[in-house]
Design a binder for this molecule. Structure first.
Ligand code: NAI
Ligand code: 15L
Length: 268
């Protein structure tokens, strides 16, 4: 049966807020969790991923988890270890203990951020490209993908690991013309990942069908995902303001962009 009640972790974040708005139209009942309180959501669970008892209670009875909570930028190794590595482990353990069979996990392009971006006619980057994290943050997403594989092989918990590009209302720079995922396509992809059968552990890139795409969306399409958006409508304006990507600029040379050289730092 298709999952209907979904625990949304990271519900107070940027992507969580977008998905709170969009996923109910697909028929989901969302249970919300974040370490930050959610004003106007009296049933939301305010809990840290470090709180194993709270996680166990939060996953009890849900059909699936959409796991977005965590540090979403670069930070110290100790903070990343606690929130993203131990926190994601705690979530998988809670799911195992409570019999939850499906997790859709926010991985990131930064798990493969040091992969050179394709230029000219070079082929799109496949999902089985060797992982090349560009930050401790990307390293934690790489760990999350291995954790997902372990929990499939050992415990039969299925995961779709979504290597999200940049999911914001609009692309903010020329790099994002290649990696942008419109919020509408994000909801379509998460819905496909929550409902497709026999996903085992599947890794997909998360983006729209951008004209300037760098990676191969075929594993996402195999889940039933049909992207409808293309960032190209924003290209003229962004290129006029910023110029085309420069192959000689190290910030423009890899999938992870400036995360390879000067990553934005988590402010807390
Ligand atoms: P965000 O930083 O806006 O939201 C993350 C949320 O997680 C925050 O509300 C925060 O309070 C919560 N959180 C952090 N540590 C926690 C902990 N220990 N326990 C409980 N909650 C905790 O990030 P955003 O942009 O919404 O991203 C969501 C997820 O998607 C993250 O895992 C991020 O790494 C991933 N991602 C997002 C991309 C994007 O374009 N927005 C791109 C690639 C990956
Ligand atoms: C990420 O993984 C971040 O969470 C998000 O804030 C964006 O910076 C995105 O990658 C990106 O690559 O643009």
């Amino acid at each position: 049966p298709a999952p209907r009640t979904v625990l949304l972790t990271g519900a107070a974040g940027g992507l969580g807020t977008l998905m709170r708005g969009l996923l109910p139209a697909y028929g989901y009942t969302l249970r919300l969790l974040d370490m930050r309180p959610l004003p106007g959501e009296p049933d939301a669970v305010t809990a840290d991923l470090a709180d194993r008892d709270a996680l166990r209670e939060a996953v009890r009875g849900v059909d699936a988890v959409l796991h977005l909570a965590g540090i979403s930028l670069e930070s110290t190794f100790d903070k990343i270890l606690k929130a993203n590595i131990e926190g994601t482990y705690n979530l998988y353990e809670a799911a195992r203990e409570e019999g939850v069979r499906r997790i859709v996990a926010a991985s990131s392009n930064h798990a493969v951020g040091f992969t050179p971006r394709p230029q000219g006619e070079q082929p799109l980057v496949p999902v089985d490209t060797p992982r090349r994290p560009d930050t401790f943050y990307g390293l934690s997403k790489s760990f999350g993908e291995d954790l997902a594989q372990l929990y499939w092989d050992k415990h039969g918990i299925e995961t779709v690991s979504v290597r999200i590009g940049s999911c914001f209302l609009e692309p903010a720079n020329v790099r994002m013309l290649s990696v942008w995922m419109s919020p509408g396509d994000g909801a379509r992809l998460f819905h496909a990942a929550l409902t497709a059968e026999d996903v085992r552990h599947t890794v997909v890139y998360g983006s729209s069908a951008n004209t300037r795409l760098w990676w191969d969306l075929s594993s996402a399409r195999a889940l039933g995902y049909e992207p409808r958006d293309d960032s190209e409508q924003y290209a003229e304006k962004l290129v006029a303001e910023q110029g085309e990507l420069d192959p000689a600029n190290p910030d423009h040379a890899h999938l992870g962009g400036h995360f390879c050289t000067n990553p934005p730092v988590w402010p807390y």
